[in-house]
Design a protein around this ligand. Structure first.
Ligand SMILES: NC(=O)c1ccc[n+]([C@@H]2O[C@H](COP(=O)([O-])OP(=O)(O)OC[C@H]3O[C@@H](n4cnc5c(N)ncnc54)[C@H](O)[C@@H]3O)[C@@H](O)[C@H]2O)c1
Length: 373
């Protein structure tokens, strides 16, 4: 199969779908990989690195799309890329068809096979192609707190680490999932007093096995949350708030409970979600203040750690690319029910129920679209 890797065009997106090691893995199995010139620069990989891994460089996105069968990307397809899409294309990337209706239209009109990273799941019901990004976002979220607490970066000058003779800083994390546990791991490693709150006792028990003993694990209820808010230096929110909820876990009034100069890092960064005062920010302008509390709500934290993020994403996506390349996309989808869950569009049919309901469009199950039922 011919696999094409275009350069990402989203602002502040420095990742690329595959690193040179991943390309080598694919080309060593006899497939062709086309890489747009400069696609790896943002992640620290030169064109030469890709050539040495067996890739063929292309000067323009048009050439990559024209010659490739599988378009291997990180972010969604942008309007300026719609012109390149064709019926026999397979697009494998974070699609988020729910959020980008115009892109959904293009994938349907051009009859592209779209497989979304974010919807591929596994036998435990987890999302293996999202997990590595959540882990980086959790760690990056804590590192942002370490940075923005510094006086020279506008903070109150607290070093988020245990120092003899000084009160140990306190970090509260809401959500003991992938990002929450990752943030806790770093925060605890520097000797901070870390508390994680979760509504799911199983998640707390799992976190207990993964984290050192200086991490306190509490059930998430109002009393525990308020106790933590009063004493914490940094609150890290790692839960996605259901879209239908109109209330908030931390509303604006509750910011008054927090210490002056405390900080909120909202990894989930839902606008007015779990944290009422959250609005998503970018790496260009990452922080703002509400009632004396600094907020950091960057919605693509992994891009700041582009080389690590590219590598970890490529590690989990390459096996699927190989499966699709070796079996053909239809057979790969039929054989692997977890990959099939990621099928978003197929031969002009929408196959993602959530997007069908949200955008009021007709949809069919992936099984029906593939002729399995
Ligand atoms: N900012 C970024 O760049 C970035 C990058 C990757 C992921 N994310 C986002 O980070 C968020 C978290 O991702 P994840 O993979 O860690 O999620 P996850 O599903 O692994 O973990 C969420 C945890 O929150 C817990 N939870 C749910 N409701 C709760 C409540 N009311 N109180 C306390 N705990 C509660 C769940 O039990 C679960 O353990 C997602 O919204 C994801 O989209 C952001």
């Amino acid at each position: 199969m011919i696999i094409g890797i275009p350069k990402e065009i989203k602002k502040n997106e420095y990742r690329v779908a595959c690193n040179p090691d991943g390309v080598k893995e694919i080309t060593s199995k006899g497939h062709t990989v086309l890489v747009e010139r400069g696609a790896g620069i943002g992640s620290g990989y030169s064109d030469e690195d890709y050539i040495n891994s067996g890739a063929i460089l292309k000067d323009t996105p048009r050439e990559v799309y024209e010659e490739a069968e599988l378009i291997y990307k990180v972010k969604e397809i942008f309007p300026q890329e719609f012109q390149y899409l064709r019926e026999d294309h397979i697009v494998f990337t974070y699609i988020h068809s729910n959020a980008y209706a115009e892109q959904t239209d293009a994938l349907l009109e051009k009859k592209v096979t779209g497989i979304a990273y974010e919807d591929v799941d596994d036998k435990d019901g987890e999302f293996p192609l999202l997990k590595p990004m959540s882990i980086i976002a959790g760690k990056g979220g804590f590192l942002a707190a370490l940075h923005f607490m510094q006086r020279v970066h506008g903070g109150n000058g607290i070093l988020l680490s245990r120092i003899d003779g000084v009160r140990t800083p306190e970090i509260t994390i809401i959500g003991a999932g992938n990002s929450g546990v990752a943030a806790a791991e770093l925060a605890a490693a520097l000797g901070n007093k870390v508390t994680i709150l979760d509504i799911n006792i199983d998640k707390l028990e799992k976190a207990r096995k993964e984290l050192p003993s200086n991490v306190e694990l509490l059930i998430s209820n109002r009393a525990n949350l308020e106790t933590c808010l009063k004493r914490t230096d940094v609150l890290i929110n790692c839960i996605l708030w259901p879209k239908w909820r109109k209330d908030h876990l931390v509303d604006r009034d509750m910011l008054k409970m927090m210490k002056p100069g405390a900080m909120i890092v909202d990894v989930a960064c839902d606008d007015e979600g779990a944290i009422q005062t959250t609005h998503s920010t970018s790496h260009d302008d990452p922080v703002y203040e509400v009632d004396g509390v600094t907020h950091y709500c960057v919605d693509n934290i992994p891009s700041a750690f582009s080389q690590t993020a590219t590598t970890t994403l490529c590690n989990v996506t390459v096996p699927y690319v190989l499966k699709i390349a070796e079996k053909g996309v239809k057979q790969a989808l039929i054989d692997d029910k977890y990959l099939r869950r990621g099928l978003t569009t197929y031969k002009g049919l929408l196959t993602l129920e959530e997007t069908g309901r949200k955008q009021n469009r007709p949809w069919v199950t992936p099984e029906k679209a593939l002729g399995m039922e």
